[in-house]
Design a protein around this ligand. Sequence first.
Ligand SMILES: [Zn+2]
Length: 277
Amino acid sequence: MVDWRKLKKIDAHIHILPDAVHEANPDADDVWVHADLTQYLAKMEAFHIEKAVIMPFNDPWLMSMEFTIDAVHRNLAALKQQYPGRFFAFADVDPRNAPEESVKALGRAIDRCGLDGIKLHPTNTGISADDECNQAIYAFAQQRDLPVAIHSYPHTADDPDAAARILRVLEQYPKLRVIVSHMGAFQWEALLPTRAYVDFSAILPHFLRSYGFAKTEDILHRFGADRLIFATDYPDSRILQPGEIYPSYLDALSRMDFTRQETEKIAYGNIEKLLHR
Ligand SMILES: [Zn+2]
């Protein structure tokens, strides 16, 4: 077993809000006050997180004070540039835009802003993962070999982020590289026979609470070290305070029976491979 606190890691799913958004909301007292670059760098030092992937929300009001997709992408690029080599960022989609417009904005985000993948959040947009509106985005990502992270924390089989919808996307786009964020939550079993990568951001503490340690470890083993991606969703959690997230993840993972080689894939190797196309 490996000590995850000392292990070199990439957190593949975190949130940082630009300073302008923090400054515009000085009275905020929710978890998002922790989504701050300086505070996060201290966490990286404390927990040996070498790099992190900043995820947008498919909601331009959260990531900029100028509510356009290009402003969001510029802000994400600026966060990356402040600490070169420490951060990656996935490009955003604004559901108010037509699909062709979104694809053009994604092209600019990748080619001009240097962003690293695409995030789709079916719950925030209300647009189902397998909706017609997303087809042009998947086709673009597949053609450009860009990883697409799809939020999936569904409650019912019909939810926009339901695992069954992601299965359809995987069938339609056989070469698309998909990261299912939050592992499809309690619909994880549907994802087992697929090729999708799964990040256990937000869901790991929820599995531990609902299933206990042994079953959670078994679920991770069933996906296997080649498909698992270390990620937390810091500072967001349905269960933990922001300060509890890293200790809770790292202590649970340190108790799991993975070899050193498997652990390195989960902590670092799998996401690194997806990011360096
Ligand atoms: Zn998130």
